[in-house]
Design a protein around this ligand. Structure first.
Ligand code: PMV
Length: 336
């Protein structure tokens, strides 16, 4: 049970900004579909160059929920948002319908985790709009039920989402603040085409891969290593671990039944270039989520030379540079 203290009843509209996060050790597979409890813990960093802004307004005048994401109203997305509004309404014991407007500054459904920032912003704005006071931990638990990785976007900096068997224990917390380590995430957008299988559906197939058990057998060790490398700022060992982890997750995806292939020609080209540039002496590593757009990780001192090289790649349509970002927070300016 979430602990609820109601503050101002008259506040019915709020706006929040959240960043998506990039997982270094990934969440792929769930042990509880309804509560979205992952089969393993994960480690991530919020991306300050990518943002989702969401305004939520509840009103007795609204006859139904209306959801507008990037100026579009799509049935599947709206359904998930409404289910999340229901969770928030249940905590507040308020039945008013809502208007939700959400805007991303980056392409959605291409592997950049817009559902993490989306559900984190929705949770923070929705809770505030209904005048509920929740702790960061409670916000993380609530956001997780909308989209697993959203629980990590509630928190600032470098974050761990712990493996747990109950909803109350499955939340994210900050391992190190955003200014702890100056590493940079460069997103190379190789296509804005939307993925065919949404992440949420793909997650259900994880355990059909024969390699899922192999992955599970060493995932705890990987998490320990990731934490240690971040703590000791050992970039090259960290990068190797993160890149191998992304390849392992995609191997599980490709060998699931049915098979999932989220990589495109542009992704493969970038993967090969990263290996080539590294051999030439540039320390950088990649990671990829459910979509073709690829994340390149480097130290701050190398950002400019890497961005210059990435700009030369014909498949790359757009670049986003992010430093470790803050958690989801309220802002004054509403979208409507
Ligand atoms: O939270 P979801 O259901 O969008 O799943 C996130 C899945 C990955 O991005 C591939 C991995 C992760 O940990 O973010």
């Amino acid at each position: 049970m979430l602990h609820v203290t109601r503050s101002r009843f008259n506040v019915m509209k709020a706006t929040a900004v959240a960043h998506p996060n990039v997982a270094f050790i990934k969440y792929w597979g769930r042990k509880n579909e309804i509560l979205r409890l992952p089969t393993n813990g994960s480690i991530s960093m919020n991306l300050d160059g990518l943002t989702t802004t969401t305004t939520v307004e509840f009103s007795p005048d609204y006859k139904e929920d209306s959801i507008l994401i990037d100026e579009e109203s799509k049935f599947d997305e709206a359904k998930r948002v409404i289910e999340h509004l229901d969770r928030i309404r249940k905590i507040a014991h308020i039945a008013f319908r809502a208007k939700v407007v959400s805007q991303n500054n980056f392409p959605s459904s291409t592997g950049l985790s817009s559902s993490a920032s989306g559900f984190a912003a929705l949770t923070v704005a929705g809770v505030k709009a209904l005048g509920i006071e929740l702790s960061e931990k409670e916000l993380s638990i609530l956001a997780r039920q909308g989209s697993g990785s959203a629980c990590r976007s509630i928190l600032s900096g470098f974050v761990e989402w712990k493996d747990a068997d109950t909803s109350e224990d499955s939340y994210a917390y900050t391992l190190f603040p955003s200014d702890y380590w100056d590493i940079v995430d460069i997103v190379a957008v190789v296509s804005t085409e939307k993925k065919e299988v949404p992440t949420s559906e793909g997650q259900k197939l994880a355990q059909t891969s024969p390699f899922f058990t192999v992955r599970s057998s060493h995932i705890k060790e990987k998490i320990q290593k990731a934490k240690k490398y971040i703590e000791e700022k050992r970039f090259e060992e960290f990068g190797e671990l993160v890149e191998e982890e992304a390849i392992e997750m995609h191997a599980v995806m490709m060998t699931s039944h049915p098979s999932l292939l989220y990589l495109s020609q542009g992704t493969l080209e970038m993967m090969k270039l990263v290996t080539k540039w590294r051999k030439e002496g540039l320390p950088l590593y990649f990671t990829i989520n459910t979509g073709q757009d690829i994340h390149l990780l480097c130290e701050r001192k190398n950002v400019d030379s890497i961005v210059a090289k990435v700009k030369e790649v014909s498949q790359v349509k757009k670049i986003f540079v992010s430093h470790p970002g803050e958690g989801a927070k309220l802002i004054e300016k509403h979208l409507f």
